[in-house]
Design a protein around this ligand. Structure first.
Ligand code: HEC
Length: 151
């Protein structure tokens, strides 16, 4: 009995894991633009974007951690980035947006997190529409390229 429910729970977990990986490339950029309203107090995107409380997020999907010019990151972020060569692949970005402190324990992003997987996928899809210079790009190849990196 116990063994059975354990196996079932494990199978459910494994399944939701793979479903999540797919969901992360399937977000809706328009819905994500609304989710991004929760980020706008601190972050800008687009051609006129400037660093504010947080760095600009142009081209962030798939980018290395902590590479926005002129932004002073926390030492927690830069130390983890230097030690582990981190990128904002989809899994890492989703985990950070869910609970920033789980990914960067002493980081400076004072944000409670997005609890819903759908909101995370949507905002990631929205961010993927901004190329490194802030111009609009097709998000699909950006999301595909960032899906499998898993760093
Ligand atoms: C209260 C301000 C605040 C809010 C709200 C906020 N952020 Fe941040 N964010 C920051 C700060 C500050 C940093 C830099 C973190 C550090 O240095 O540890 C950051 C860093 C980041 C990074 C890493 C950037 C890089 O160059 O490596 C990403 C990605 C990010 N935020 C996305 C988001 C998204 C998406 C939202 C909304 C869902 C959001 N943030 C909401 C302040 C905020």
């Amino acid at each position: 009995m116990f063994k059975h429910s354990f196996v079932a729970a494990f199978a459910a977990l494994a399944f939701s894991g793979s479903a999540l990986a797919q969901d992360l490339t399937g977000g809706d950029p328009e819905a994500g633009a609304k989710v991004f309203n929760k980020c706008r107090a601190c972050h800008m995107v687009g051609e006129d974007a400037k660093n504010r409380v947080g760095p600009t997020l142009n081209g962030i999907v798939g980018m290395e951690w902590g590479k926005v010019d002129g932004f002073k990151y926390s030492s927690s972020l830069t130390e983890i980035a230097a030690a582990e060569g981190k990128r904002w692949d989809l899994a890492t970005l989703s985990a950070y947006l869910e609970k920033p402190r789980d990914v960067i324990p002493k980081g400076r992003m004072a944000f409670a997190g997005l609890r819903k997987a759908e909101e995370r996928a949507d905002v990631i899809a929205y961010l993927a529409t901004f190329g490194p210079d802030g111009a609009t790009v097709d998000p699909a190849p950006v999301l595909e390229a960032a899906a499998g990196e898993g760093s």
